[in-house]
Design a protein around this ligand. Structure first.
Ligand code: NAP
Length: 250
């Protein structure tokens, strides 16, 4: 069995490769593919060689700023190549909870990529996840300036751990190949928290005082969508992995 992990050196992709290794699968080759291995979704370079004979592709490559070229056109290119080969490669695509409810350009690109795969006729599993702990941590760090913390009104997260998301993606990759495109249960961490709480948790774990919070209005469509909870999981989501607080404490 040949498994390709696009973005296999990224935050999530490397956790997926590690998880495949951990399972010690027999007769299975796992190939991590990204620009640094000569595989470029934006130009098509190196793609044909890598996807040849792939039984499963865990598609985790992404570019938050060059999202049109990588996430949209790159996913279209991948689907076209697989179709041209008359392949029945199972594509496991990782997307973002609520991406279709937020006008953020990157989230629109994720929604467009989901649509491309849904229309491709290929066996596809779309798995949406909430923001990763690593991202919330970066946002909390960036929004802390000296003794002050700045947080848009109403902004909340239910973040999850990449290693846990990776485990669920590997389960899907090794599970039954669907007939057409299916949406798996959304993935989210066990606990919701505000940005202010995230800042307090990371400050306390570093032995520092929590920042004094300054609430800023959630202006514009993107922040308003976050403030409305568009990024939060619904009641059918699968919850798992450690909370942000226990992830930080580790
Ligand atoms: N971060 C989050 O909070 C979050 C939450 C939910 C879902 N997701 C989704 O999870 C996936 C992985 O996110 P991540 O945070 O792990 O991203 P990441 O760490 O930024 O990794 C992105 C990967 O994509 C590769 N890449 C970028 N441009 C490429 C190109 N032109 N061709 C081929 N590969 C390219 C990068 O490798 P090279 O630089 O070597 O090309 C890298 O390995 C994304 O689809 C993202 O939307 C992320």
């Amino acid at each position: 069995m040949k498994i390709v992990v696009t973005g296999g050196q990224g935050g999530l992709g490397s956790a997926v490769v590690t998880e495949f290794d951990r399972r010690r699968l027999r007769d299975t080759e796992v190939v991590a593919a990204s620009r640094r291995t000569g595989f470029d979704l934006a130009t098509g370079a190196g793609m044909a060689e890598v996807i040849t004979d792939a039984d499963v592709i865990v598609h985790a490559a992404s570019h938050p700023t060059k999202h049109h070229a990588v996430d949209v056109a790159g996913t279209e290119r991948l689907a076209t190549m697989l179709r041209a080969r008359m392949a029945h490669t199972h594509v496991v695509y990782v997307s973002i909870v609520g991406c279709d409810r937020n006008p953020f350009g990157y989230y629109r690109a994720k929604t467009a990529a989901e649509g491309i795969l849904a229309d491709s006729g290929l066996p596809v599993t779309v798995v949406r996840a909430t923001q990763f702990h690593t991202l919330v941590d970066t946002i909390a760090e960036t929004a802390t300036i000296g003794p002050l913390g700045f947080a848009p009104h109403g902004l909340r997260f239910q973040p999850c751990e990449t290693a846990w998301v990776a485990r669920r993606l590997v389960d899907h990759a090794l599970g039954e190949r669907p007939d057409g495109c299916r949406r798996a249960a959304d993935l989210a961490g066990p606990q919701q928290l505000s940005l202010a709480e995230a800042m307090r948790i990371r400050a306390e774990s570093a032995g520092q005082r929590a920042p004094r919070m300054v609430e800023v209005p959630a202006v514009g469509g993107v922040l308003a969508a976050f403030a409305d909870g568009a990024n939060l999981p619904g009641p059918d989501a699968e919850l798992g992995g450690p909370s942000y607080a226990s992830w930080v404490s580790r």
